[in-house]
Design a binder for this molecule. Structure first.
Ligand SMILES: Nc1ncnc2c1ncn2[C@@H]1O[C@H](COP(=O)(O)OP(=O)(O)O)[C@@H](O)[C@H]1O
Ligand SMILES: C=C(OP(=O)(O)O)C(=O)O
Ligand SMILES: [Mn+2]
Length: 488
């Protein structure tokens, strides 16, 4: 019998049972820390092109390259086609850590490890749900007339169907997409962000597309993690939609990211990490994928905060700037904040989306367009209203490339970014000296003895043609922020 240590306090029974059954059925291997190493199969990244939403069921869906319309009868047919596949495991969870603004989802999986994933990422039911959904995940199913990978959402029958992919991230992101449709109907803004509680008992949100640092920066020694990826902002504060984290593990070390590294213990899942002959994970090995992932309950991070948190005093946009034109940290006024929120300039990094192996600049409104299916005005208007109502300060942090950009510069150091986040949380950045950006007009923090920054935009760099070219592209994006433009 396998003994369990360090199990988080939620979903404990389900965690234990799915973990043990997964090992029993040889779905994965136990690593020395007790984490379960599994492989997701051919697809090891989110399928960006493949989500379908049944048509004519919800007002305001903006169908685009991420969300395609599907007739109800097709969805029903696909569902029936998965009936012959044995369901190994079934359990019900809550999505949304709020007594009333939540939904219940019954998760049916073909493997125990996908159920274990659901038990880490979702919550034990305790509230009163707005709706009750069913999610079926059958990686082995090949639909007769469907695409190779199918992620379908049907609002009338409250069903989600995932076939053709075993990448566990699809499970959580499908539920996120549903929450992004349901909650705004009650004036609740949903955000692709991590969230932390600051020492002054306010919350801080960190919005960003995949790879910009949400998970890493939320797992920090001095701030309390609320969640690493999906949050909602309601009239009573900020709450996590999830109950666990889904962290990238490539090149992780106990020194670089101690909280996350130590969270990789029983019954965490390691997805697509290669093990050595002693079953020890080799986090440097990217032969399977660079997008190696770990899923674990929120309680695996010390001092996690499980309540509805106070309204955010500070909101940070994390941007992975390839051009090196965005300074380490800038403060945005309300108009700038809205423009950057609607534009979501950043880069796609690290193969989180299938097909995006190389880094490319992208505009992804709300820092996550693939998960926000409603008309853009829904999210923009709510964002504008909330920051105005709660007087939240908005910051833009570049976690990407500094002076010289990706071709000639270096990435902003994680230690410096952490120091900036800490400075914001402790309200130490307000009274420092700022400069006006020569091309983007932002007010950015300059290096000063009480808060050294290395590098700051150097005058030599700002005079170059490359700098001006990068700024021109970004300015164009910001001006055309009403429409999505892929600029690669
Ligand atoms: N300055 C920086 N800020 C944040 N992350 C950084 C920085 N420099 C390097 N990184 C690395 O970038 C990755 C960010 O990934 P992650 O936190 O998982 O992003 P997200 O949760 O937004 O998808 C991590 O591997 C982290 O170590
Ligand atoms: C799981 C994901 O989240 P992130 O990469 O933002 O952590 C994803 O985008 O597929
Ligand atoms: Mn993340």
């Amino acid at each position: 019998m396998i003994t369990l240590k360090g199990v988080g306090r939620k979903n404990t029974d389900m965690n234990n049972s799915a973990y043990v059954k997964s090992l029993r059925d040889r779905e994965g291997l136990p690593t020395p820390s007790g984490a379960l190493a599994v492989r997701s199969g051919k697809h090891m990244a989110r399928f960006a092109a493949g989500k379908f939403i049944v048509e004519n069921e919800v007002d305001g869906i903006a169908y685009n390259q991420y969300h395609h319309p599907l007739p109800l009868c097709m969805f029903q047919q696909f569902w029936l086609e998965t009936n012959p596949f044995p369901i190994k495991s079934k359990n019900t969870y809550q999505v949304g850590n709020h007594p009333t603004n939540n939904i219940f989802v019954s998760v049916e999986t073909q493997t125990h490890w996908h159920q274990l994933f659901a038990s880490h990422l979702f919550l034990e039911p305790s509230g009163t749900p707005l709706e009750r959904w069913t999610l079926r995940c059958i990686p082995d199913a090949k639909l007769s007339q469907g695409p190779e990978v199918f992620i379908g959402i049907c609002f009338s029958e409250k069903k989600v169907l995932i076939t053709g992919t075993g990448y566990a991230g699809e499970i959580k992101k499908a539920m996120f997409t549903i929450m992004n449709v349901l909650l705004p109907q009650s004036d609740i803004l949903t955000l692709h962000s991590s969230a932390v509680l600051t020492p002054s008992n306010t919350s801080m949100l960190l919005l960003g597309l995949s790879g910009t640092g949400k998970t890493t920066l939320s797992a920090c020694q001095s701030l309390r993690i609320i969640g690493d990826d999906e949050h909602a902002w309601s009239h009573d504060g900020i709450f996590n939609l999830e109950g666990g984290c889904y962290a990238k593990t490539i090149n992780i070390t106990p020194e670089s990211e101690p909280n996350i590294y130590h969270a990789l213990r029983q019954p965490a899942i390691l997805e697509n990490t290669i093990l050595n002959s002693q079953n020890l994970p080799d986090f440097t090995d990217d032969r399977l994928t660079e997008n190696t992932r770990a899923a674990y309950p929120l309680d695996h991070i010390p001092n996690a905060y499980h309540q509805v948190a106070p309204h955010p005093a500070d909101i940070v946009f994390l941007c992975y700037d390839l051009y090196g034109v965005i300074p380490a940290v800038s403060r945005l006024d309300a108009l700038e904040a809205l423009a950057y929120y609607e534009t979501g300039y950043t880069a796609k990094v690290g193969a989180t989306e299938a097909g995006s192996k190389n880094i490319s600049p992208v505009s992804s409104p709300f820092f996550g367009l693939p998960f926000f299916p409603l008309n853009k005005a829904t999210y923009s208007d709510l964002f504008a209203k909330k920051i105005q109502q709660h007087q939240s300060r908005v910051w833009l942090i570049n976690t990407g490339w500094s002076d010289g950009g990706i071709n000639a510069g270096r990435r902003h150091a994680l230690s410096q970014t952490r120091r900036i986040i800490q400075g914001i949380a402790e309200q130490k950045l307000h009274n420092l000296a700022y400069k006006r950006h020569p091309e983007l007009q932002l007010q950015y923090l300059c290096s000063q003895p009480s808060f050294p920054l290395n590098p700051e935009l150097s005058p030599a760099w700002t005079r170059t043609a490359s700098f001006k070219q990068g700024c021109m592209i970004l300015n164009k994006l910001l001006r055309s922020c009403k429409q999505t433009v892929d600029i690669d």
